[in-house]
Design a protein around this ligand. Sequence first.
Ligand code: COA
Length: 204
Amino acid sequence: MRRSAVRADGAEGFVRSVTVTAEMPYMSAIHPCLDLHIRRYRPADARALFAVFHSAVHVTARHDYRADQLHAWAPKDMDPVAWAEHMERIKPFVAQIGQMPVGYADVQPNGCIDHFFVSGLHARRGIGRALMQAIETEAMRLGIGELWSHVSRTAQPFFEQAGFAVVEQRAPVRRGVVIPNALMRRPMVASTPGDRCTARGGDP
Ligand SMILES: CC(C)(COP(=O)(O)OP(=O)(O)OC[C@H]1O[C@@H](n2cnc3c(N)ncnc32)[C@H](O)[C@@H]1OP(=O)(O)O)[C@@H](O)C(=O)NCCC(=O)NCCS
């Protein structure tokens, strides 16, 4: 049995440890304190993950982007069918407390992390760190040489503490609005450059 563990700080109410059991077909991670559970995406999650995405952008990212940028990034009337299809395509890991999804993040076979979001009501509790651990474990399982993502200004300190470095500043246009971000990369073992990422659902 192969296991890996995540350790965050031990403050009350924070994630203190997460155990990921690699041989399980649907990865599971439970912390007794928060009842934090990390598992694979299910189609029924789509709506709840949109709420997480919307909250992460409009609550957590609001200090780093203007209102028009936030609305272009995460409009509240986003097409639910297109959203569900995108979630089905990227198949993220879902972090839930009890039965409630509070965060999600994916990794694609080319090393691209398309979406990485934690609910604004649950920020800075170690949930992102636990999701990153799930991604790292999956990347090692798939033999991915390098992780990379188009990272928002808000998420850059988080990605930096996870070992990513900024490669280039970007100025993508979403719904007619420029929403700056940065390409960040992190070698896993022997670095092999990933393909271009064509997914762009979470790209600010
Ligand atoms: C980025 C994000 C996923 C991080 O999730 P999180 O659960 O809040 O992160 P964690 O609590 O696991 O943070 C782990 C560490 O990352 C660093 N970190 C996280 N957020 C940070 C911030 N805003 N400023 C500085 N450091 C930060 C800290 O070192 C933190 O450890 P600490 O809390 O013990 O100091 C979350 O803030 C988010 O959803 N942001 C808005 C949406 C977004 O920009 N998503 C990324 C799109 S590419």
